[in-house]
Each structure stands twice: as structure tokens, then as C-alpha cells.
Design a protein around this ligand. Structure first.
Ligand code: SAM
Length: 216
């Protein structure tokens, strides 16, 4: 998969939107490596939660021309940036400014992708985070602050996963070693899913995983 062009994005954009980094590129690498599987399940609807600059969902939209690709982000500027990135790369992505999966119909997502805010922080650093607050603040804290074990947003997704993923659906989730990926995998099993560490990479100061999740 080609990495989308980002030359339309400016320093001002990156003051409000997460700049693609090693975690972004690990997720892109995982999706590229698994593109034969993704094509095989013939995804009708793809959703990237938290699209930020939009490079991941844009790369998918370029590859999966038969798939309706959309992105959600709690940060309205990220939604606008994602639209621009898709356009710059000659494709289209629909965006929804919402928390996680709000506004999405039950059990309809075939391909779900999320690079969540995974950094371990105190819950105090997250306590003012809400959809309403995100609309009045350009604070990038939403991009990275994950609360206890960096799991607050991830755990919210897990609870709602059964309600959103289609029967053939697959989720690719970025996680950090501190997020306790083995525990995450066994919790997913209890919730009715199979999960594996699909790709992992050490980067300066962090050890990252892409967890691939399907229904049992
Ligand atoms: C680590 S950044 C990843 C951005 C981009 N996907 C990438 O890989 O470069 C996390 C993104 O998730 C968004 N986000 C955080 N909490 C969210 C939530 N509850 N619902 C939707 N988006 C959220 C942030 O605004 C941010 O754009």
C-alpha cells in the first residue's frame, strides 16, 4: 500500500491534529501485510476510528475501491483534515465527528481500524475529556492520553465491539506493551473474539503491537 501524500498539511494542522508517526506506520504496514485477507472478506464498509490526519483510511480507500470507507474522530479538525487528505490523494472518505462509534448502525462494519490514545496517564489527565469538551478545545491530549494502563478508550471500544462488527468483521487495533496486550487478548476471547498479535515493533521508548481481532 502506498503511503498517502501529506504535503498539503501544514505546521498549523499538526498543532490540532495528530501527526503520522511510528504507530501510524506500523498500522499501515500491518494492513498492507494483511491486504490479501482483507480483500478475501470483501468488506462493504470500512471505518477508521480516530483518523487524525487521515493517512490510514486514505490508504485503505485507495486500495479497496469497492468498499465504502469512512472515518470518525472526536476532533472536528481531524475530520476536516481527513477529507483533505483523501482529496489530495484522489479518493473519497466520509467523516463523522463523534465519539468512537456513535452514529454507526449495529453490526455493519466489516473492517475496523483504530490507533487509539494509548499512552498511560493519570485518569485526572482524562477527566475533562468528553465529546462536548473536544468541540471547544484544540488540545491534542485526545490523541494520546489513555488513562490507567492507557486502556480507557480501548476498553470503551471493547465493550461496544460486538454491537458494531459484522459477522465477517475484522478489527486492527494498535496497542502499547503497557496496555497489557496479553490481557487484552484474553478479555477479547471472553467477549467472543479471537485475537492475535499480528505485528509488533520496538521503536525508541515504546514497544508497539497491532492486534488483529475476528469473531470466534
Ligand atoms: C494516536 S491518534 C491516531 C491518529 C491517526 N489514526 C494516525 O494513526 O496517525 C488518535 C486519534 O483518535 C482520536 N480520538 C481519541 N479519542 C477518540 C474517541 N473517543 N472517539 C473518536 N476519536 C477519538 C484523536 O482525536 C486522534 O485523532
Amino acid at each position: 500500500m502506498e503511503t498517502p501524500y501529506t504535503d498539503h498539511l501544514t505546521v498549523d494542522d499538526y498543532e490540532q491534529v495528530y501527526e503520522p508517526a511510528e504507530d501510524t506506520f506500523l498500522l499501515l504496514d500491518a494492513l498492507e501485510a494483511d491486504i490479501p485477507y482483507i480483500r478475501k472478506i470483501k468488506p462493504l464498509i470500512c471505518l477508521e476510528i480516530g483518523s487524525g490526519s487521515g493517512v490510514i483510511v486514505t490508504a485503505l480507500a485507495k486500495q479497496l475501491t469497492e468498499t465504502f470507507c469512512m472515518a470518525s474522530d472526536i476532533n472536528a479538525h481531524a475530520c476536516r483534515t481527513t477529507l483533505r487528505t483523501a482529496k489530495r490523494n484522489g479518493t473519497h472518505v466520509d467523516t463523522i465527528n463523534c465519539n468512537l462509534l456513535d452514529c454507526v448502525r449495529e453490526k455493519c462494519i466489516d473492517l475496523l481500524v483504530f490507533n487509539p490514545p494509548y499512552v498511560v496517564t493519570t485518569d485526572d489527565e482524562m477527566k475533562n475529556q468528553s465529546f462536548a469538551e473536544s468541540q471547544v478545545s484544540s488540545n491534542l491530549v485526545y490523541s494520546w492520553a489513555g488513562g490507567k494502563y492507557g486502556r480507557r478508550v480501548i476498553d470503551e471500544l471493547l465493550i461496544r465491539l460486538d454491537g458494531i462488527l459484522s459477522t465477517k468483521g475484522v478489527l486492527y487495533l494498535l496497542a502499547l506493551r503497557e496496555n497489557k496486550p496479553d490481557k487484552l487478548i484474553s478479555e477479547l476471547y471472553t467477549l467472543g473474539f479471537m485475537a492475535i498479535k499480528f505485528l509488533e515493533r520496538r521503536i525508541p521508548g515504546e514497544y508497539l503491537y497491532v492486534i488483529k481481532v475476528t469473531r470466534k
